[in-house]
Ligand binder design. Structure first.
Ligand code: FMN
Length: 307
């Protein structure tokens, strides 16, 4: 059986994964935190925590709140900064078989370009995932990914300074996801990832105050799966570059739904907080399905629901 996927067919070096199971940024640290539960070298790829130019302390506590079938988080991109990634993490990644993709974030278009340029040519970094769900400080805090022009500007700024394959990760907090997916793919994204978290909030009735220090947070987990799946299906109809599906994937069955909706690979996040072995369970479940159904190449079922 061949589970391999080429995530960047339009890139000179490509981004070949042995299988389609990836980690979702911010839920798997830098790859070592889950090593006790998961043989990380079996994964398709690891996407590390969102990385900014300077280290960030993140938002005030509380930062997490469970919801029915979901999780609200307002971590606020706490991270060690790009220089620490280069010095402390990349040398370790360079000795791994599994490709590591660095998720990057910024407060301005220039910021994204600076982070991307620092990571160019760093051994151990196989690709960039650009989180365009971040607030644009110059535009009053509106997320870059809510405006096709800004989304394209970030994509172009990153592409201009990197020789690495670029995946642009879209925010679902938009009216028309297809418009944004088209804008970033036309601006040069080698692949897109759908979706990041959905904006939400909760109120603690005992204190009569918002439950999160940041008031608003991002909703993830099984609750968002149907929304994510529908966006992947819509985007797959219109764009030519590969799609990485993400949002509420908890089982192999969920992952297969995303693949049949048109995703070439999947990212798994929140469910790991419930089942730390989820990534391997999902990989083995996909293999079992392919065996049972006589599917020899994963590519046979990518987008099957459109036929
Ligand atoms: C605690 C937490 C931290 C996250 N941090 C990031 C991040 O730094 N960058 C990013 O692009 N997405 C981040 N995300 C979003 C996830 O990567 C993913 O897109 C989202 O959670 C939906 O997938 P899931 O339902 O499988 O978790 C974070 C999600 C959670 C729950």
């Amino acid at each position: 059986m061949n589970l391999s996927v080429q995530l960047a067919p339009t890139h000179p070096c490509g981004l070949l994964l042995e299988n389609p199971v990836m980690t979702a940024s911010g839920t798997f640290g830098y790859g070592t935190e889950y090593a006790e539960f998961v043989d990380i070298q079996r994964l398709g790829a690891i996407v590390c925590k969102g990385t900014t130019l300077k280290p960030r302390e993140g938002n005030p506590q509380p930062r997490l709140k469970e919801t029915p079938s979901g999780l609200l988080n307002a971590i606020g991109l706490q991270n060690i900064g790009v220089e620490a990634i280069i010095k402390q993490k990349a040398p370790m990644w360079a000795s791994w078989k599994v490709p590591v993709i660095v998720n990057i974030a910024g407060e301005s278009v220039e910021d994204y370009g600076r982070v991307a340029s620092r990571l160019d040519g760093v051994a151990g970094v196989s690709g960039l995932e650009v989180n365009i769900g971040c607030p644009n400080v110059k535009a009053g805090g509106m997320e870059f990914g809510r405006d096709p022009k800004e989304a394209a500007a970030v994509t172009r700024a990153v592409k201009a300074v990197t020789s690495l394959p670029v995946i642009v990760k879209l925010t679902p907090n938009v009216t028309d996801i297809v418009e944004i997916a088209l804008a970033v793919s036309e601006a040069g994204a080698n692949a897109v990832c759908l979706i990041n978290t959905l904006r939400g909030m909760a109120i603690d009735t005992a204190s009569r105050k918002p439950a999160l220090g940041n008031i608003h947070g991002g909703l993830s987990g099984p609750a968002i799966k149907p929304v994510a799946l529908s966006m992947v299906y819509q985007a797959a109809k219109e764009i030519k570059v590969p799609i990485v599906g993400c949002g509420g994937i908890s089982s192999a069955e969920d992952a297969l739904e995303f693949i049949m909706a048109g995703a070439s690979a999947v990212e798994v996040g929140t469910i790991q907080f419930v089942n730390p072995r989820a990534l391997i369970d999902i990989l083995e479940g996909i293999e079992r399905f392919m065996q049972k159904e006589g599917v020899t190449q994963l590519s046979e079922i990518i987008g099957a629901a459109h036929n």
